[in-house]
Design a protein around this ligand. Structure first.
Ligand code: IMP
Ligand code: MG
Length: 182
């Protein structure tokens, strides 16, 4: 697998994002709302790079990809979301691809009557944006390639890789031919 972003590059950028959030949310009731499952690695690193008081919350979004690399129907499970009324919320996801997931999350979060809502992602595939929204904070703009690692999956695998790698055609073929497929 080709490495697109190394562990060190990611770590430096995430620290910079943490500093930026610390400055902008100083003195404000910040809640970082991580999007399951892809944001978990970023969430763990970003909160430790952020030096202002904050709460951590979780919401789940899935767009049913499986072994497809294009999105399907979006479902959002907000049963884990705590009271966000009057709080400054930063929705944190792994990647902003078409942007449809982030738009759906904004709508879901607004129902909780937060004081403000912004979005943060590690990766932004700028060429694929389909919505009238851009992430407020992003780590890296990347080309239109399917990537895994640092929380991002292909068919629920590869999230544990400490770097971001590109799934090329050969990698996709190997990853799809799992024993479960018979
Ligand atoms: P969007 O709704 O098209 O912006 O897609 C967002 C979601 O699709 C992300 O939260 C990811 O779970 C998934 N996704 C999009 N692109 C990739 C990728 O290159 N690798 C892994 N997951 C991706
Ligand atoms: Mg995701």
């Amino acid at each position: 697998m080709r490495v697109l972003l190394s562990e060190i590059e990611i770590s430096e950028r995430v620290k910079a994002l943490g500093h930026q959030l610390s400055e902008e949310y100083s003195g404000r009731p910040l809640t970082i709302l991580g999007v399951l499952t892809g944001s978990i690695v970023l969430l763990a690193d970003l909160i430790r790079a952020t030096s202002v008081p904050l709460r951590v919350a979780l919401i789940q979004a899935a767009s049913y990809r499986g072994t497809e690399t294009t999105p399907g129907r979006l479902t959002i499970n907000q049963s884990l979301v705590p009271d966000l009324r009057g709080r400054d919320v930063v929705i944190l996801d792994d990647i902003f691809d078409t942007g449809n997931t982030m738009v759906g999350l904004y709508e879901a979060v607004k129902d909780f009557q937060p004081a403000s809502v912004r979005s943060a992602v590690l990766l932004w595939k700028t060429a694929r944006t389909e919505v009238d929204l851009e992430p407020d904070y992003f780590g890296f703009q990347i080309p239109d390639e399917f990537v895994v690692g640092y929380g991002l999956d292909f068919n629920d695998d590869f999230r544990h890789l400490p770097y971001i790698g590109v799934m090329e055609d050969e990698d996709l073929k190997h990853a799809t031919a799992t024993p479960q497929d018979g």
